[in-house]
Design a protein around this ligand. Structure first.
Ligand code: AMP
Ligand code: GLY
Length: 429
């Protein structure tokens, strides 16, 4: 008999996780809390919120869950792994101490600096007046980061002092992110191209996923405000074999050694947001979970069974095995609600998903969808992740957009240039 798995989360990343985990012969039953209508095809939905640690733990015990897979960062920062671990339930995702790598920018920067890992020069402030004074002496653009979680909105790359001070004031005085604004990191702006470097780890061994790249801005050609991610592709040509080697040696090895020295045994996904400039990778941030939407194209390329890998991370016995990766590139185009990342309408009827899924090599992952009166409607900013694989990147992009064209709701918005940046280069992994 297989094992029961509980997936925590209900976005596009979790739909991709559910789709991939459902292919494992080791699995008996999949639960998802709270899940979404796409996830419901692979899992039984459980109406527990991702931040209800006590209820998630009780449910996992009741259903004899053999592995809990945590999608988003919030439950990890709240200590879900600690709670499950105390009950003897294997969990894929770091404990509260490890999750501080994403939960506190100050912790992350101090860890980087004490491990000698290349990152932007920075200073930490807990008083508005001191921070203001420092900002005004800083070269522009200047980067300001709220210490704690801020739903992806806690960073400003300010091109003028006015913009910098407005953001600083919102964070430290108006407290728009609450206590996440108790402290700020102020740092230099790094030039270069970004890439997502995501690895499995049990705190000792590291097994890297293929390279990928997100599209953070809302508009084509990277215009407009930051979002949770408007699309992704894998591989990312900017991650050359030399960058690969350097990231393992200069980022992950020293970081895991530093974490172990601090008494932290990190288990799960570790995602380094890199800025790569003239062959030098520097760390912008860490996430303690899969990227969303990077997970969607990555899982289309990954041939291994996810479940044994996750169990090995959870149990601290990750082997050296490298991943078996489809050499073909994959791309995910996010379809979003009109107005996102600002205010947007919900409850709009979605059409055409079945037709889109009939396009060869395409999977449509649900992010912000809900069922209403038997029909599928929008319920979030990012609504769908239309994901495709193809013999080359051009073909993958073509497949994805052919499917996107078949899907509609009032005001559906997507970027038209996902993957364009990579068309020039090949991408090796
Ligand atoms: P973070 O949440 O730290 O990844 O920041 C969000 C986004 O802000 C990143 O994906 C980058 O695009 C940008 N960013 C953060 N820090 C810097 C930096 N030091 N230099 C340039 N861009 C940055
Ligand atoms: N796509 C960026 C993230 O997941 O943080």
């Amino acid at each position: 008999m297989g094992m029961n798995i509980l997936i925590v989360g209900g976005g596009g990343r979790e739909h991709a996780l559910a789709w991939k985990i459902a292919q494992s012969p080791l699995v008996d039953k999949i639960y998802a809390a709270p899940g979404n209508p796409g996830i419901a095809r692979h899992a039984e939905l459980v109406s527990i919120a991702v931040d209800d640690v006590a209820a998630l733990r009780a449910f996992a015990i009741e259903k004899k869950v053999g592995l809990v897979v945590v999608g988003p960062e919030i439950p990890l920062v709240l200590g879900l792994s600690d709670a499950l671990g105390a009950s003897g339930i294997p969990v894929f995702g770091p404990d509260r101490a490890g999750a501080q790598l994403e939960g506190s920018k100050v912790f992350m920067k101090e860890m980087l600096s004490s491990c000698g890992i290349p990152t932007a020069a920075f200073k930490v402030f807990d008083e508005y007046d001191d921070a203001e004074q420092y900002v005004l002496t800083h070269r522009l653009p200047v980067v300001i980061k709220a210490d704690g979680l801020a739903a992806g909105k806690g960073v400003a790359v300010a091109g003028t002092y006015e913009e910098a001070l407005v953001f600083l004031r919102q964070v430290m005085v108006d407290r728009i992110f609450g206590e996440s604004g108790d402290r700020v990191v102020i740092e230099e702006c790094l030039p270069g191209e970004e890439a997502s470097y995501i690895v499995f780890t049990d705190g000792e061994k590291v097994v890297p996923l293929p390279s990928s790249q997100d599209h953070k801005r809302i508009g084509d050609d990277d215009a407009g405000p930051n979002t949770g991610g408007m699309g992704a592709y894998s591989p990312a040509p900017v991650v050359t074999p030399e960058i690969d080697r350097r990231v393992m040696a200069e980022v992950f090895e020293p970081l895991l050694a530093g974490l172990r020295a601090a008494g932290i045994r990190y288990r799960g996904i570790l995602y380094a947001g890199l800025m790569i400039d003239r062959g030098i990778p520097r760390v912008l941030e860490f996430n303690v979970r899969f990227g969303d939407p990077e997970a969607q194209p990555l899982f289309l390329r990954m041939k291994n069974d996810l479940v044994p890998l996750m169990l090995q991370c959870a149990q601290g016995n990750l082997t050296d095995a490298t991943l078996e990766i489809d050499p073909r590139p994959a791309v995910c185009v996010v379809m979003a609600s009109s107005g996102y990342p600002g205010a947007y309408a919900k409850g709009l009827a979605i059409t055409g998903i079945e037709e889109a899924e009939a396009v060869a090599d395409v999977h449509v992952f649900h992010a912000g969808t809900a069922m209403r009166d038997g029909g599928l409607v929008t319920s979030g900013g990012r609504v769908l992740g239309v994901t495709a694989i193809g013999d080359d990147l051009r073909v993958a992009i073509g497949n994805a957009y052919r499917a996107v064209d078949l899907i509609d709701w009032e005001g559906a918005y997507y970027r038209a240039d996902i993957g364009k940046k990579a068309l020039a280069g090949g991408g090796y992994r």
